[in-house]
Design a protein around this ligand. Structure first.
Ligand SMILES: Nc1ncnc2c1ncn2[C@@H]1O[C@H](COP(=O)(O)OP(=O)(O)OP(=O)(O)O)[C@@H](O)[C@H]1O
Ligand SMILES: [Mg+2]
Length: 504
């Protein structure tokens, strides 16, 4: 259906794609995998007319093509969900769904009634119930991703491209997405699927192409490759090494001392949190479990002063701090890695170095003088440990691949030397090699006495990474699991439980 040969694309200082051959067949779900910065998004952007290739040929449905713009590709029947949600946050959900192809009445005016009805229907089909008249930005990231999905499948496409479609989705939504993908496959549509979650690939993909440093290192049927070989290919390492090191670096079970480093009591915020309490001791990693909208991110934000609370208290090392104030929280030693990094963190126009040093600057300065050398040291350490792929520390963050941008933000908050670290989906979009390194870092910090609150939709990460998990539902803590009780089964049961039920 869609194929390329000899495709190359160079950015200043990087060969993002180097002689790539790739074929997506009708009725096939094709996984595209590789480390952060391997060239996946670039390949997709060349396929869909966002970038012009330096060399190479595109064939679509048997004839040579070249798309000058994404719109051209879309009109030709290639529908894309890009890694960065590229919808319009201020416009309504319905408008976003129909952008550029709004149903119109006789006078050429948008038929809002019909648009709203059809939007509602399309989303209901995906199990999403929202007021489609509301601005898109009022939805959580996961729901926004579902809107992008609804948009992509509601057009009459022959190729559907998905760049990390599940990064913000809950298990239930992921299953909905897979249902949609299977339906597309049955209709003979070619699906190209990018994800760092390997379990997902095996659940839904037929073929796989592995990219490393802009080159195709393997392509073939997925069923013929086991997980270990896949990871080895991706990282360019020997299978045996991967096997010995394991894929997750969490060692779990930290020696927690008695005095809590964080004590948040009865946090309440209208409609969102109803008396949530969290206690973390130095050296402990406490997980927050729950479905989308259960109040996990809100809890982290309330602790970090980024969500106004109606009542409740936060204390660090036994000292109460002012709630609802981010500066007060930061001064007290609380760092929050937010869920929506695009909106709440990354400064695309600044360099990798400045983005990392941004928050730690006061600590790295003496008497108002910035110590450039110590900044360079900190920056170099994190670039090295997190494998941040950049042409130099001075490269603009906006030019990095999605996963590498995430790593830069993570580095910023780690460089603060906080007492309490709140991590909202810390490894989302991060490849499996770097993920292990992030987990190892968190483990190390915990062993050093830092208290960590971990939010993750990745069950495996939550279970292996947490000493204890508090499960939230509808803004209320419904269960707390400790030690060996932290299992997938128990978590799922608690997440689905009715908070009104006694003993849930
Ligand atoms: N606009 C740009 N300007 C400069 N360099 C770029 C640009 N876009 C991508 N690159 C570089 O090209 C390489 C490939 O990036 P790409 O976004 O394709 O990676 P990816 O495989 O999608 O990674 P991830 O898993 O992190 O999303 C990276 O080294 C990246 O820094
Ligand atoms: Mg990418």
């Amino acid at each position: 259906m869609l194929s390329v040969s000899g495709l190359s694309k160079t950015f200043p200082g990087v060969r993002a794609l180097d002689g790539v051959d790739f074929t997506a067949r009708a009725g096939e779900v094709h996984a595209l995998i590789g480390e952060n910065g391997a060239g996946k998004s670039t390949l997709i952007k060349v396929l869909t007319g966002v970038y012009e290739p330096d060399a190479g040929d595109l064939t679509y449905d048997g004839s040579p093509v070249r798309f000058a713009t994404p719109l051209e590709a879309q009109h030709a029947g290639i529908s894309t969900i890009y890694q960065e949600v590229n919808l319009v946050p201020l416009m309504s959900v319905a408008r976003n769904l129909f952008l550029g192809r709004e149903p119109r009445g006789r006078l050429g005016l948008i038929d809002f009634g019909r648009m709203h009805r059809e939007a509602e229907e399309a989303l209901r089909g995906l199990g999403v119930r929202v007021d489609v008249r509301r601005p898109l930005r009022e939805l959580g990231l996961g729901a926004q991703q579902m809107v992008a999905l609804a948009r992509a499948v509601s057009v009459d496409a022959r190729v559907v491209v998905m760049d990390e479609p599940t990064s913000s989705l809950e298990p239930r939504e992921v299953q909905t997405l897979f249902g949609v993908i299977r339906m597309l496959r049955e209709r003979g549509i070619a699906v190209i699927y990018v994800s760092h979650r390997l379990d997902e690939l095996y659940e839904v993909c037929d073929a796989v192409t592995v990219l490393r440093d802009g080159k195709v290192v393997h392509t073939g049927a997925l069923a013929e490759l086991d997980r270990l070989r896949l990871v080895a290919l991706m990282l360019g390492r020997e299978i045996q090494d991967v096997q010995e090191e394991g894929l997750t670096q969490f060692t779990g079970a930290h020696e927690a001392t008695t005095e809590p480093v964080l004590q948040a009591e009865e946090l309440t915020a209208r409609h969102r949190l109803h008396g949530v309490s969290v206690t973390i001791r130095p050296g402990e990693v406490v997980g927050l479990g729950g479905l989308l909208g259960s109040g996990r991110s809100e809890t982290a934000k309330a602790i970090a002063g980024a969500l106004p609370t109606d009542s409740g208290t936060v204390a660090i090392g036994g000292t109460r701090i002012r709630t609802g104030s981010t500066p007060a929280a930061i001064r007290a030693g609380i760092s929050l890695l937010p869920e929506d990094r695009k909106a709440e963190g990354i400064v695309p126009g600044l360099s990798v170095r400045d983005n990392i040093a941004l928050a730690a600057l006061p600590r790295l300065s003496r008497l108002g003088l910035v110590n450039e050398r110590s900044i360079d040291e900190v920056v170099d350490t994190f670039i090295d440990r997190l494998h941040i792929k950049a042409s130099s520390p001075l490269q603009k963050v906006g030019e990095l691949s999605g996963g590498n941008q995430q790593k830069v933000l993570l580095a910023r908050w780690l460089a603060m030397h906080p007492k309490v670290l709140l991590l909202d989906e810390p490894t989302r979009g991060i490849d499996i090699g770097a993920k292990a390194e992030v987990q190892a870092l968190v483990d190390e910090l915990a062993a050093d006495g830092l208290g960590v609150l971990l939010i993750s939709s990745d069950m495996e990460e939550l279970i292996e990474g947490s000493d204890r998990v508090i499960v939230l539902k509808d803004g209320t803590a419904v269960a707390e699991l400790t030690g060996t009780a932290v299992t997938e089964e128990n978590l799922l049961r608690a997440m689905a439980a009715d908070p009104a039920e006694p003993g849930a």
